[in-house]
Write a protein of this length. Structure first.
Length: 127
């Protein structure tokens, strides 16, 4: 089953790197992109993605606040915070809102593991 995934990063290059990995892992999935928190919130309301990958640093708010807003708007959405900031406080705060922390640079393997876990959880919830 194809899923909708929202890629939120102010860097076009970072979004392209994630898209490249997704093309290998799940070429049939629908990819949505947003370059800011405002664009991302609008995309969630309009497109209802199943999964979101959120950069920590971006215009219009940080990724933690955005991930928390996603969890409120769509509690079943799988959310990952993607950041080079590997401070334990950031990782703990990410987990506290029910999101997954993925370190930058994001590898295809780490992305695949997160997506597999997300799909497994969503499939279990739907059964």
């Amino acid at each position: 089953m194809p899923y909708k995934i929202l890629i939120v990063d102010d860097s076009k290059l970072a979004r392209m790197a994630v898209t490249k990995a997704l093309n290998v892992l799940h070429p049939d999935w629908v990819r949505l992109e947003a370059a800011s928190a405002d664009e991302a919130l609008a995309a969630v309301k309009k497109e209802h993605p199943d999964i979101a990958l959120v950069d920590f640093n971006m215009p219009g708010g940080n990724g933690l606040d955005l991930a928390a807003a996603f969890r409120e708007a769509k509690p079943g959405m799988a959310v990952a915070l993607v950041s080079a900031n590997r401070q334990q406080e950031i990782i703990n705060r990410t987990r506290a809102i029910g999101a997954t922390f993925l370190p930058k640079p994001l590898t295809q393997e780490a992305l695949g593991d997160f997506l597999n876990a997300a799909v497994h959880k969503m499939t279990k919830t739907q059964s």
